[in-house]
Write a protein that binds this ligand. Structure first.
Ligand code: SF4
Length: 370
């Protein structure tokens, strides 16, 4: 293999000039996409990142978004980058992931600030969740889209793991991956979501996440009349045993079999509370806690419509009313939130670095800085 010719000083200077001119424009375009997947799709489509999406995620994990974008600036790609940043782009629907939408029910202002500021923080809960999900996924057998279509058409029972879902709702493209979905032909029977947490508790964001999957199944032509939602909370770091997911699904179906209403008794309010008036059955086991409830289309619709109003630009972001959340909030620690209801409690230390695209706030537990 012939080694690449070394770049001369003239070429290096030209590359630096092009980078200084084009990189801010590229970063601004990427910042508008709201999702790494959408960023990869745009770059891939423009021929700037020909590799598969997994490679892009890996680059971002390793070098950050800035580093992954910087690596695109090689002489042979400059023309394509210029065409991409200066050329017309088809208007696209805002793209929102189900997990981001669910986070709006923790604090929408956090979601908003994360879009406009670079902030990095360690989060043990998320890391534990990712590990647990990988273990569940590893148990599943590979199945092709053709096999899925054939089973659905034949009306066969099907248990799908990490099923990708997409739906256009209220002028927004909602995307997500459900942990586990049980189907019988075009009838959706069970949406099962796993949470890895030290607190065995059902949060509004959990409810919204499964409601969204139900609504997306609905939008994709599945019958959700008898759909059950199940949120299983497992302890952080717990080793996942074979068949646990199947056991959880069985317990959920059995709990629902004892009778479970879908009545919605919630009063109407500007910001809906997904937990208010929700009828659930709770099952406690040594290994997990389960909440089972029925899909209620109107309730899901109300929660989603409120959340999506923010993404379609119909209203400004709303901050939480909880002083406790504000105290523990990394955006508050970094003095980025004007809607904070309480001062930060000093659990975090903030390091600010001037990066190529603005200030990067690194928020760490205060003890880590000593
Ligand atoms: S300080 Fe409070 S309102 Fe502001 S982003 Fe954080 S949690 Fe939300």
């Amino acid at each position: 293999m012939t080694p690449p010719a070394p770049l001369d000083v003239h070429h290096l200077a030209e590359l630096a000039r092009a980078r200084a001119e084009l990189a801010p424009k590229l970063y601004a375009i990427v910042a508008e996409t709201n999702s790494l997947r959408a960023t990869w799709e745009a770059l891939h489509h423009a021929g700037l990142f020909p590799e598969p999406v997994g490679r892009f995620y890996a680059a971002v994990r390793r070098y950050g978004v800035d580093g992954a974008l910087d690596a695109l600036f090689v002489p042979e790609r400059l023309d394509a980058i210029r065409a991409f940043v200066d050329g017309p782009r088809a208007p696209q629907l805002p793209r929102v992931s189900v997990s981001t939408l669910a986070n709006q029910f923790y604090c929408e202002m956090q979601v908003h600030l994360a879009r406009s500021h670079s902030l990095r923080t360690e989060n043990a809960e998320l890391a534990a969740g990712a590990a647990g999900h990988a273990a569940f996924e590893a148990e599943a057998e590979e199945i092709t889209p053709e096999e899925i279509t054939r089973a659905i058409t034949a009306g066969e029972p099907l248990e799908l793991v990490e099923m990708p879902l997409v739906a256009e709702l209220h002028g927004v493209r909602l995307v997500g991956r459900a942990d586990r979905i049980h189907l019988e032909g075009r009838r959706a029977r069970l949406v099962l979501e796993f949470k890895f947490s030290g607190r065995r508790e059902l949060f509004p964001s959990h409810v919204v996440q499964v409601e969204a999957y139900g609504r997306m199944l609905d939008a994709n032509g599945f019958n959700t009349d008898r759909l059950l939602h199940c949120v299983a909370v497992l302890p952080r770091g717990r080793k996942v045993t074979d068949g646990l997911a199947a056991q959880i699904a069985e317990r959920a179906l059995a709990a629902a079999g004892e009778g479970l209403s879908a009545v919605d008794t919630r009063p109407a309010s500007a910001q809906p509370d997904p937990l208010a008036g929700l009828t659930t059955r709770r099952v406690d086991d040594e290994a997990f806690g389960l909440w089972v409830f029925r899909h209620h289309r109107a309730r899901a619709e109300r929660d989603l419509a409120w959340a999506l109003q923010y993404w379609s630009g119909q209203r400004a972001p709303v901050g939480t009313g909880s002083r406790g959340k504000c105290k523990a909030c990394p955006f508050n620690a970094a003095t980025l939130c004007e809607a904070a209801k309480a001062p930060p409690d000093g659990r975090y230390a903030v390091k600010r670095t001037e990066g190529r695209y603005g200030v990067l706030h690194v928020v760490q537990p205060a003890v880590a800085r000593r």
